[in-house]
Design a protein around this ligand. Structure first.
Ligand code: UN1
Length: 512
């Protein structure tokens, strides 16, 4: 495939990189990377051993002592160039993301666009790393706060966004003066390797030292554990499931390190009796079946007012019947494969469970086989009637299952259902009634990190802070003031007077 060649993906790929330099681990079983799109083997990667791990961390440490002294806007200039390089490779990298992960080509390209956007954002941010100044209670004193780089940031990313989530973290971390070590998901290391090669060109052109942007591949249970336990790494940014995120939080908290956690979502769209259904339909369907239901922001629950329930159900049935499922690189398809057989099993099990718990599958749920579906990873997105309190509805199944939940009465009831789950990432309401929208956004409204009006739950822009509450983990990445999490904050008080007054008016006189 031409795009693999253009991105420098070889048959056997090195498992560790410190920017420009690559390390081929001597031991370790090869990771075979195959595409869920056609089941074919794409390439091999050799995961890192302890030896390369040490080299990567030590190189990152050395790089940090240099990089933190580079003025922030000059760090921004490097990120600007990375954004330009990504623009040059957008088509090829988007294709690789789509082929390796299985999301539609449009979404693969969108993911690279998200990287480009965060580069642009970070360039601007590089001139705005500012703190407040405060008025001191003491005469001839000045107080202000400043932000310094934190050190090595480790970015552990999930399979569903092989490159964008790294970029959110790495680009912001970089303008803040940090260095980063990326551990991509083992299902999608090639997109990470290709990305390293693209940014490596910028590092070479600017003659930058090794270790500013590093990457290591390997199993979470091995290399991930090393990262979590490593006191040289003050901040771990982790994206993944609640159980693994909880484990990561515990391990890092034990050494009093910091985490940014972006864990499961169980996102709902509320359709009130005043919803503009023409607007809602494409948003709901894209939210539910985009990336085959494997976004953290995927719409999993549709909370529909009784007055429009039947209409919504029939419109959705029609839309689902028209979905084209197939190779994600073929632009006429809407839905690609799930990431692997494990995901197919989880999808099937969830559908069995929902029926056992009293739900009704209205459409979909089959696993496809035959020509074009040889990988065994293609399923038909499912529409299911369910109740919010079914245990299976309370859980996040990472696949295209949309639960239709009926509500009666006021929007307050719908909001209560929407909040009645343990996750708190994304939420949305469709209504043309201003009071309903404002109630959804009020302090008593949605309890999620993201709350949208007349927009679906997925497809957030990079300019906002991304993340969620409750079991989603509370972290924030990407835009707004999320950069602050990547810096250490320092309150500074300067006495430029000739006296030594203590705060709170405390007297402490030493006799001379
Ligand atoms: C994720 O699924 O981990 O809002 C990230 C969205 C994308 C990012 C999702 N911009 O759907």
């Amino acid at each position: 495939m031409e795009f693999l060649e253009k991105l420098g993906i070889e048959k056997n790929n090195f498992g560790a990189c410190t920017g420009r330099k690559w390390y081929m681990p001597k031991t370790g079983e090869l990771i075979a990377v195959s595409s869920p799109a056609d089941g074919k083997l794409i390439a091999f990667v050799r995961p890192v051993s302890n030896e390369e791990y040490e080299t990567v961390v030590k190189t990152a440490q050395a790089a940090f002592s240099h990089w933190r002294l580079v003025p922030a806007p000059k760090r921004g200039e490097i990120v600007r160039q990375i954004g330009l390089k990504l623009r040059e490779h957008k088509e090829d990298l988007g294709r690789l993301v789509s082929y390796e992960m299985g999301k539609s080509l449009q979404e693969g390209l969108g993911e690279v666009q998200e990287m480009i956007d965060i580069c642009d954002f970070a360039v601007g941010q590089s001139r705005m790393l500012h703190g407040f100044t405060m008025h001191s209670e003491r005469a001839h004193h000045r107080m202000y706060e400043q932000y310094h780089p934190a050190g090595i940031i480790s970015i552990i990313t999930a399979f569903n966004f092989p490159v964008a989530v790294w970029a959110w973290n790495a680009m912001i971390a970089a303008v803040c003066g940090n260095v980063s070590i990326w551990k991509p998901a083992t299902q999608v290391p090639l997109s990470a390797i290709a990305t390293q090669k693209i940014i490596g060109k910028v590092l070479r052109e600017n003659d930058l030292p090794e270790g500013i942007f590093s990457m290591i591949t390997g199993e979470g249970s091995v290399i991930g554990e090393s990262l979590l336990n490593d006191r040289r790494i003050p901040l771990i940014s982790f994206t993944g499931s609640v159980p693994i995120g909880r484990h990561a939080a515990e391990v890092v908290a034990k050494r009093l390190g910091k985490t940014i956690l972006e864990l499961s979502g169980n996102n709902a769209v509320i359709l009130t009796e005043h919803a503009d259904l023409k607007l809602a339909l494409p948003a709901v369907v894209f939210g539910a079946v985009g990336t085959a239901g494997q976004r953290c922001t995927t719409t999993r629950r549709l909370i529909i007012h009784d007055a429009v329930y039947d209409k919504v159900k029939s419109v959705l049935l029609k839309a689902y019947q028209g979905l084209r499922i197939g190779n994600p690189l073929d632009e006429k398809n809407h839905v690609g494969p799930l990431i692997g057989m494990g995901a197919v099993t989880a999808f099937n099990k969830a559908l069995e469970a929902v029926e056992e718990q009293g739900g009704r599958i209205l459409f979909g749920g089959d696993t496809l086989d035959g020509p074009g579906y040889e990988s065994g990873c293609y399923v038909v997105p499912a529409l299911v009637e369910a109740e919010n309190d079914f245990p299976i509805v309370q859980a996040e199944t990472f696949g295209p299952i949309l639960y239709l939940i009926r509500y009666k009465g006021s929007v307050t009831n719908a909001i209560a259902l929407q909040n009645d789950v343990r996750q708190g990432l994304s939420s949305a309401i469709f209504t043309t009634d201003m009071r309903q929208a404002e109630e959804f956004l009020a302090a008593t409204g949605s309890d999620c990190g993201i709350a949208n009006v007349n927009i679906g739950t997925s497809g957030a822009e990079i300019g906002g802070a991304f993340g969620g509450e409750k079991e989603t983990g509370g972290g924030r990445e990407s835009g707004s003031d999320a950069w602050k999490a990547y810096m250490r904050r320092q309150t500074v008080t300067i006495n430029y007077g000739k006296e030594m007054p203590l705060a709170q008016g405390i007297r402490f006189d030493l006799e001379n």
